[in-house]
Design a protein around this ligand. Structure first.
Ligand SMILES: NC(=O)c1ccc[n+]([C@@H]2O[C@H](COP(=O)([O-])OP(=O)(O)OC[C@H]3O[C@@H](n4cnc5c(N)ncnc54)[C@H](OP(=O)(O)O)[C@@H]3O)[C@@H](O)[C@H]2O)c1
Length: 265
C-alpha cells in the first residue's frame, strides 16, 4: 500500500493515546489520512484529535474502548458502520505487559492481558478485513515485539502473547498477500514510551530506547514494500539468530538473567 495515495482514506489505530500508537496517528495525519483513534483514556484521544484536525485538516473519530472486553471490537465496528467509514489501514498496536515473577501477578490480570494483546488483534482483523479488502490496496500493521522471538522468564505471559501475534500476523500475510491486503508484522526494539513503567519494569540489562517516531517512520516507509516482518531496530537479527539456533536451556537462562527481578521483589 502506497501511503502517498491514501490521503482522505481512513486509518484505525488502537492504543492511540500514548507511545507508538500516538506517533502512528501523528505521522498518518501528516500523510493526510483520516483517523479513528481507540484507547481507554478519552481525554488524551480528544486532545490529540483536536491537535491533528487543526494541524492537518483531517477528519477524526475518537472511540474510548477497553479492548480487553469481549464486545469492544463489535462496538467499534458498529460505530464505523453508523458513520459510513471503510477502514483502509488497521494498526493493531494497543498492548500491555507485566514484568516480574509469574506468581506475583493475579491470573485474571494475565487473562485480561491475553485478551487485549491477542484476542482484540484477531477480532479486529476479522471484523475489518471485509472493509479493508473493498479497497484496491490496503494494509494491517500488527505490532509484535522482540519478546516474540523466544520465551522471556519474568515476562512470560507478555512474551507468549507477542509470539502469538508474531505467528498469527505472518500467517495472515500469507493468506491476504495476493488479495491486496498487505499485513505487516512490526517488531519495535526497546522504545521510549509509558509501556515499561506501566508494566512495573525494574532495572535490567535492557538499555537504550528508541524514539517512537523512529519506529513508526520505519513501519510506514516499509508499508509499500512486500515485507511480512519489519524490524524497526538494528541488531534484532542477532537476537533471532541466537533464539533460533542455540539450545533452549541456554536461551532461557540467558534471557532469564537479563530480566530477573532484584532481590526482594
Ligand atoms: N515500548 C517498547 O519498548 C516496546 C517494544 C516492543 C514492542 N512494543 C509494543 O508496542 C506497542 C505499543 O506500546 P507502547 O510502547 O507505545 O506502550 P504505551 O505507551 O503504554 O501505549 C499502549 C497503548 O495501548 C493502550 N491500551 C492499553 N490497554 C488498553 C486496553 N485495555 N484497551 C484499549 N487500549 C489499551 C493505551 O491506552 P489507554 O491506557 O488510554 O487505554 C496506550 O495508548 C505494544 O503492542 C507493545 O507491545 C513496545
Amino acid at each position: 500500500m502506497d501511503l502517498t495515495q491514501c490521503a482522505g482514506a481512513w486509518a484505525l489505530v488502537t492504543g492511540a493515546s500514548s507511545g507508538i500508537g500516538r506517533e502512528f496517528c501523528v505521522q498518518l495525519a501528516a500523510a493526510k489520512m483520516n483517523l479513528v483513534m481507540v484507547a481507554r483514556r478519552e481525554a488524551l484521544l480528544e486532545e490529540l484529535a483536536a491537535e491533528l484536525t487543526a494541524g492537518h485538516g483531517i477528519e477524526t473519530r475518537v472511540i474510548a474502548a477497553d479492548l480487553a472486553l469481549e464486545d469492544s471490537a463489535g462496538k467499534i465496528q458498529s460505530r464505523l458502520a453508523r458513520d459510513g467509514i471503510q477502514i483502509r489501514l488497521l494498526c493493531n498496536n494497543a498492548a500491555a505487559g507485566r514484568w516480574g515473577r509469574f506468581e506475583q501477578t493475579e491470573a485474571e490480570a494475565y487473562c485480561e492481558m491475553i485478551r487485549l494483546n491477542t484476542c482484540a488483534v484477531v477480532t479486529l482483523c476479522h471484523r475489518m478485513l471485509p472493509a479493508l479488502s473493498s479497497h484496491p490496496s490496503s494494509a494491517i500493521i500488527n505490532v509484535s515485539s522482540p519478546a516474540a522471538y523466544q520465551p522471556v522468564p519474568y515476562m512470560a505471559v507478555y512474551a507468549a502473547s507477542k509470539a502469538f501475534v508474531h505467528s498469527f500476523s505472518q500467517a495472515l500475510y500469507g493468506e491476504w498477500r495476493a488479495r491486496g491486503v498487505r499485513v505487516q508484522t512490526l517488531v519495535p526494539g526497546p522504545t521510549d514510551t509509558e509501556f515499561d513503567a506501566k508494566a512495573g519494569a525494574y532495572d535490567s540489562a535492557l538499555k537504550g530506547r528508541a524514539a517512537p517516531a523512529d519506529v513508526v517512520r520505519v513501519a510506514l516507509q516499509q508499508l509499500g514494500q512486500d515485507q511480512p516482518v519489519v524490524a524497526a531496530a538494528k541488531g534484532l537479527f542477532k537476537q533471532r539468530f541466537f533464539a533460533g539456533l542455540f539450545p533452549p536451556r541456554t536461551v532461557i537462562e540467558q534471557v532469564g538473567r537479563m530480566f530477573r527481578p532484584p532481590e526482594g521483589r
